[in-house]
Structures are given as structure tokens and as C-alpha cells.
Write a protein that binds this ligand. Structure first.
Ligand code: EPU
Length: 420
């Protein structure tokens, strides 16, 4: 296992944003809907992408991944089982269920179980696929689905916490090959789902309403291969905005899509940053000398993303006054609180709320990464903290941030990777 050794740093210069992990993963699963070749570019080189490659290879795909381009072909022999040993390492593997079922009429995908950010049920995935005519049983930790023929249906996909990103992906992919018309209500509006729909349309699917809560899908008999480019990672861009604020360093962000970051830019401005959008969507971030406190509530898109809650909490630890964060998507996603407090922050968690009393300084410490976004928050806090920090278990960050050390290094950050 490796750790990061981080020294307090000022940042300056430009950073280029990679392709979106959470778009690439369902798009990769969608290639199960065709036997033809798909060429997908701007795919980030990450551990989660490699896990998905392993899963797809097990299901009968032949894959080449080089220079951020995935070339996915089909082998003759197909398999319909995604085993627990792969699925448990990455929940996104569960979105192979819909396309496998639609293409092969049967699928056996391990149930992913909970994770460090809280319980992560799959009831909406199952409900949506049952509505399309799948016969689904849960047996021995697996979700086993079969159907004679999927049929279009009117599906309501809202749950206790709002819409579901990957349930929408699963049901949308299955509906693309179902017979007749489907309406998916309370669909996720995240750019990742909009982009998945555009990929499916490029394959020949008939979909209307992508990016809105109501999707209309007219099933087609067959989907073909295509070439497709993955959108920029809005969460990576937001992470660099948070790093700029916490370290009080102006930076320039290239290659992101500012229209996917409206709520994040709004919050960053309230914290006291000047944010300007230049030519080619370049984002210029210039933080204030002393950050202002804000209240943040995480919500489904276009609300403030849960995947940036931890990183912005790291900033607010240094704001002048009291901030409140309400976590509405994953009420238990607060593992970073105790670690930030070890660095001198003053955060009290109460259920889905975190009350953050800003301090003038944070202090370097030995801290433990618990999940992907919490790790990013600890990197941000360590860059802002006086002295040296050691972040243990950084393998979490390898799952979702392409070349993070190199990117921060180019901005002037002092981060070394060492054996733990
Ligand atoms: N939910 C249900 N039932 C379901 C599915 C979800 O109640 O069947 C609940 C969840 O427990 C949660 C809420 O609905 O309270 C939203 O969860 P969602 O299903 O949207 O999450 P997901 O699709 O499993 C994706 C991202 C997560 C991100 C969430 C929320 C991928 C691969 N993962 O997960 O990303 O936090 O949407 O935006 O796209 C990350 O990248 O670090 C990450 C965790």
C-alpha cells in the first residue's frame, strides 16, 4: 500500500481535466448491447476503468486500451455472469445488468452490497427492469434476471433520496432494446446520463428528453457500434476549484464544461472566489484572501453534487465563520470529518448535517483516506495545512483521479508517493 506525503503548497498555473469516470463506466457497459466495434475516446486511465475492462472481458469482449482510447470488440463466446469478486470492488459493475438482459435475455450479476459512504440499495434498478418484463430473483448474493422479451413500459424511478444515476442508466440501456415505447419518469438528469443517452443514440437508439427527468425511449431491434468521446469530469474540475480556494492560489482549469458546474461555481463564488469563464471554456479561479462560510446542501443534478461535498468541506474548515453542510444523497458520507478534525478543523457531525467552525489554520498530520472523494478532500486539506501530512491508503484516489499527483505537481504542489 502507498501513502502520499504532502507539504503545504501554493498552486499556480493550468490544469487539464480528464474524461469523466462516471460517464465512461456506464458507456462501457452499454457496449454489451452490440456485437459491433465501439471506439471510445477521452477515457481516463484509472483503476475503476481497468476493473470494468476485466468485467467486460469476462462477459465476452476483447478490449484494447491505449492513450485514453478504448476499442471494444465482441468475441464469439458470450457470458452472462458478472462475479462477486469483481463487482464487490466497484458498484458501477451492476450497470451491466440492464444491457446483458436486453441483449442475451439473461443476466447474473453479483449484488454489490454496502460501502463506506453508506447503504447503497439497488431496489430502483430491479423495479425498473421488472417493469420492462424481467423476471428477477435474488439468490446466493446474485441478482438473476431473465426474460422472453423486454417490453416498453411507463416506469417511475424516484426513490427516497430522489433519482438514481445508475438505476436510470440500467433501465435506459434495457429500454433501448425493448419492444415498443418506454417512459422513464424521475430519471436522473446528471450530465453522465445525458452523455450515456447520446452514446446510445449514436448506436442507433431512439431516445428523447436526455438531461431531463422524463426520458422517452422507442425500442429498436438492434444497436450498432460507433465512435464516441467521453465528456470532461465535472467532479475532477470541482476538486481543483476547491483546491484553489483552500490553498488561496489562483489557477486556470482547461478542458472542463462550465455549464456542468453551475451549482459548484455558485458556491465557490459565495465562499469568495472570483470565477471567470474565458475562451474555449477555460475557467479562471481567483480565491479571496479569507474564505467566507456558506451553507451547502447536496442534491441530484443540477444541485450541488455529493461527490464534491468532502472537498468543499476541506475549504470551509478555513472559512471565517460557521458553515453548514447537509448531505441529502448519502447521509452517512462523512468519514472525512474525523480526519479533518485531526488536522485541527472543528467539525461536528449530527446525522446528515455537518457544522463547520472555520479556523485560521489547519496543521499537517497522519491521516487515513476512506473513499475516493474523501481522499481528494484530504489532499486539499494537506496542501492548505501548515507543515507535513501523510495520507495513508491512497489506493482509493487511484480509482477515480487520473494522474492526480502529476497534475497537482505541475501546479506546484509538493506531493510524494511512498510505500506505506
Ligand atoms: N438509491 C436507492 N435505490 C437504488 C439506487 C439508489 O435508494 O436502487 C439511493 C442511494 O442510496 C442514494 C441515492 O439513491 O441515496 C442516489 O444514488 P445513485 O443511485 O444516484 O448513486 P449511484 O448511481 O450508485 C453514482 C456515482 C456516485 C455518485 C452518485 C450520486 C457512478 C459510478 N457512481 O452512484 O459516484 O456519488 O451517483 O451522484 O456513477 C464517486 O464517483 O465517488 C461516486 C460515489
Amino acid at each position: 500500500m502507498d501513502k502520499f506525503v504532502v507539504h503545504q503548497s501554493r498552486l499556480s498555473g493550468q490544469v487539464k481535466i480528464s474524461g469523466s469516470k462516471n460517464t465512461a463506466l456506464p458507456v462501457m457497459a452499454a457496449t454489451l448491447l452490440t456485437d459491433q466495434i465501439c471506439v471510445i475516446s477521452n477515457v481516463p486511465d484509472l483503476k475503476d476503468i481497468k476493473t470494468m475492462i476485466g468485467i467486460l472481458e469476462g462477459l465476452g469482449k476483447k478490449i484494447k486500451f491505449s492513450k485514453n482510447i478504448l476499442t471494444i470488440k465482441s468475441k464469439k463466446n458470450k457470458n452472462f455472469i458478472a462475479p462477486y469478486k469483481l463487482v464487490r470492488t466497484m458498484r458501477a459493475s451492476f450497470c451491466c445488468l440492464g444491457p446483458l438482459l436486453a441483449k442475451l435475455k439473461k443476466a447474473k450479476v453479483a449484488l454489490p452490497g454496502g460501502c463506506i459512504i453508506g447503504p447503497r440499495p439497488v431496489d430502483l434498478h430491479i423495479k425498473g427492469l421488472r417493469n420492462l418484463g424481467a423476471n428477477i430473483i435474488i439468490e446466493n448474493g446474485y441478482c438473476q434476471a431473465k426474460t422472453k422479451k423486454l417490453k416498453g413500459a411507463h416506469i417511475y424511478l424516484g426513490g427516497a433520496f430522489g433519482s438514481s444515476v445508475l438505476a436510470t442508466a440500467n433501465v435506459l440501456m434495457a429500454a433501448a432494446l425493448a419492444e415498443g415505447e418506454s417512459i422513464i419518469e424521475h430519471a436522473a438528469c446528471e450530465p453522465e446520463i445525458e452523455c450515456l443517452a447520446l452514446f446510445l443514440k449514436k448506436m442507433g437508439a431512439k431516445i428523447e428528453g436526455e438531461g431531463t427527468p422524463i426520458l422517452k425511449v422507442i425500442g429498436v431491434k438492434k444497436l450498432s457500434g460507433c465512435e464516441f468521446k467521453i465528456i470532461a469530469d465535472r467532479i475532477e474540475a470541482g476538486t481543483f476549484i476547491a483546491a484553489s480556494l483552500a490553498t488561496k492560489s489562483p489557477i486556470i482549469i482547461k478542458g472542463a464544461n462550465p455549464s456542468h458546474l453551475t451549482s459548484v461555481i455558485e458556491v465557490a463564488k459565495k465562499i469568495g472566489a472570483s470565477i471567470k469563464i474565458g475562451k474555449d471554456s477555460t475557467i479562471f479561479v481567483k480565491p479571496a484572501k479569507r474564505l467566507k462560510p456558506v451553507n451547502i446542501t447536496t442534491l441530484p443534478y443540477p444541485g450541488f453534487p455529493t461527490d464534491l461535498q468532502a472537498q468543499f468541506m476541506a475549504c470551509l474548515c478555513l472559512a471565517k465563520g460557521i458553515s453548514l453542510i447537509t448531505e441529502k444523497i448519502y447521509p452517512d458520507r462523512f468519514m472525512h470529518v474525523a480526519e479533518l478534525n485531526r488536522m485541527g478543523a472543528s467539525i461536528q457531525r449530527n446525522g446528515p448535517y455537518a457544522i463547520i467552525e472555520g479556523k485560521e489554520k489547519l496543521y499537517g498530520a497522519e491521516i487515513m483516506a476512506s473513499d475516493l472523494r474523501a481522499s481528494a478532500a484530504l489532499v486539499i486539506a494537506s496542501l492548505a495545512a501548515k507543515g507535513k501530512s501523510q495520507i495513508l491508503r491512497v489506493y482509493h484516489i487511484d480509482r477515480g483521479y487520473e494522474k492526480i499527483r502529476g497534475k497537482f505537481g505541475k501546479l506546484g504542489a509538493k506531493i510524494k508517493r511512498e510505500k506505506q
